[in-house]
Design a protein. Sequence first.
Length: 278
Amino acid sequence: MQIDDLPPLRDIIAIHGLDAKKSLGQNFLLDLNLTSKIARLAGDISGHDVLEVGPGPGGLTRGLLAAGARRIVALEKDPRCMPALVQIAAAYPGRLNVFNADALEFDMRGQLTGPVRVVANLPYNVGTELLVRWLTPKDWPPFWSSLTLMFQKEVAERIIAKPCTKAYGRLGILAQWKSTPSVVMELPPEAFTPPPKVHSAVVHLEALAEPRFPAPAGLLSSTVAMAFNQRRKMLRSSLKSAAPDIEAALRDAGLKPTARAEEISVEGFCALARRLAK
């Protein structure tokens, strides 16, 4: 499918010598049919600014522009990709702003006008850290209304995991406390160039207007971390340093002291954090 008048991505990669670098966590999507589908999974973007991290040669960028994104702010750490992205910007005047910057260090909020959707084939080596940062801003609701992000399938499963499953843990609790996450697409290794060793998945997270259950954020985070750091132990043991009367606190929160971390729902951890804050 021809979505624009720009050259095919494989030609652009050849022209600019854009071999994916493992050190940058790069795995490029070259099928514009696929990138256009991912863009549509983000929902209606016609009235939104879109933040894209790690556009590489611009496959997803072109899909987002063709899908009608009002404006894209793209952060690309690899300077080799800049000429290809500038070429795309020239084809879509006023709709693509590209920054040669590290997303972990660059404050992009001043570049965006709400409402904002984040859509990205995230570099695997920074994907989880970026997600956690976007879910833990100083103030809530955040600058974004939704996140549509590519992860390793194992990470995607952790984000949506339910209690009493092996994948359930800190990441899923945080994501489900602040948003409604769902896996909207799975991709095999051969969808990428070069193919990674694992399957991938696109996760869509819709921000909640406020956290799903009331809880002090810092205390919730530290309690969940403490519980899952020793996930095989009973809570009365793994959380014994959280409070001198931890068994009473667990019972007051409606939890069994003999339960293990993976058995406790998001609501249960929030109830415990509120009790520990007293």
